[in-house]
Design a binder for this molecule. Structure first.
Ligand code: ZN
Length: 357
């Protein structure tokens, strides 16, 4: 019985992970063979090493190798269904998964191809695994070819996202290098998506400080912020995020891998929590950062030293701040609460009546 075994067993939801960054190295190898693509290594061990995050240039190389390996609807179904299997292993029953439409379209893959595969995987995940996945279509902050190409591909992503709302697309995201690409450049595109009923969950406050969070709130109507950890540098902004209940989808291992903080000991998660910020916890790019959702959640206990009440709150925030319809959210939260109470009794020796009070 321990807090660690409790968090491993707990039901979870994940709101900040990218499909392209979650593909297993073994699967990349399978896809490369299937589609006749040359990779820098031909064994799983070497590929696993090559996959691990080193720096931004390498990050770009890995992402581009991944994009060359994906050609058919079956390929997309495979990677999305394998993600659902991984979510099931982490006991995550709901996830909002980032996907970069332009990244695939630029390689000549049509929206019918990738949407076909994603939709089949989504249906099978629900039916066979009890895992529900929704998509956050990411515009991409900077594409090769400068501002004109970036605008062209960001517009493409918004068009596809609006058309694919019935196929599980719930929100627009905005990832990629924040430096030199402020949120304000994408305000009109987010306005169009939001007018069509899509939610807003851009990245901000990771490599650029509080100004990018301010821009995401004001120009993009952000309802959640992917990362947002650098809100810790601006107390007024942090208080506003807490008061408006804008959740920060935090990925501690990613922040350390990308050098936002030099170590987990420097990470502001406990201070963000103490300041009243609404937090959720996620993996970002689990295959590239060598992490899992259970691993990230376990960090809340050690080294972040949060108590079980705070951990429950962060786990439940993954449901409460999801883009599920209100009724579905209430039902899922009630199910999670009941399960957490039972798990507390099993793993922590807490009486159910105590934890329910
Ligand atoms: Zn991310």
């Amino acid at each position: 019985m321990s807090l660690e075994s409790y968090v491993w067993a707990a039901p979870k939801a994940e709101l900040h992970l990218h499909l392209e960054g979650a593909i297993r190295p073994t699967t990349i190898l399978t896809l490369a063979r299937r589609n006749g693509v040359q990779l820098p290594s031909s064994t799983v061990e070497e590929l696993r090493d090559w996959f691990h995050f080193r720096d931004f240039a390498h990050f770009g190389e890995v992402y581009s190798a991944i994009s060359r390996c994906l050609r058919t609807a079956d390929d997309y179904e495979l990677i999305a269904f394998e993600l659902a299997e991984e979510l099931a292993r982490q006991n995550a029953r709901y996830a909002e998964v980032g996907f970069l439409p332009a990244f695939h379209a630029r390689m000549g893959v049509s929206e019918a191809t990738y949407l076909g595969g994603l939709s089949r995987a989504r249906e099978r995940a629900q039916r066979e695994l009890g895992v529900e996945m929704a998509w956050i279509f990411d515009l991409g902050r900077a594409w090769k070819g400068g501002e004109t190409e970036t605008r062209r591909w960001a517009t493409y992503a918004v068009d596809v996202a609006i058309d694919a709302r019935s196929e599980g697309v719930v929100a627009l995201g905005l990832g990629g290098s924040e430096v030199g690409h402020p949120p304000e450049q994408f305000g009109a595109l987010f306005d169009r998506g939001r007018a069509a009923g899509l939610h807003s969950a851009p990245h901000a406050g990771e490599l650029v400080g509080p100004a990018s969070i301010r821009g995401a709130l004001d120009a993009l109507g952000a309802e959640r912020i992917a990362h947002g950890v650098r809100a810790i540098e601006d107390h007024a902004l942090l208080a506003e995020l807490a008061a408006r209940q804008v959740a920060l989808d935090v990925c501690p291992t990613s922040n350390v891998c990308l050098g936002v903080y030099s170590s987990l000991a420097q990470h502001p998660l406990p201070r963000l929590h103490a300041a009243g910020a609404v937090l959720t916890i996620s993996t970002d790019d689990p295959a590239l950062f060598g992490t899992t959702l259970n691993g990230e959640v376990a960090l809340l206990a050690d080294p972040f030293a949060l108590g079980v009440g705070a951990i429950d709150d962060i786990l439940l925030n993954g449901v409460r701040h999801s883009f599920l319809p209100a009724r579905a959210k209430q039902r899922l939260e009630a199910t999670y609460r009941a399960e957490l109470d039972v798990l507390k009794a099993v793993h922590l020796g807490t009486r159910v009546e105590d934890s329910a009070s």
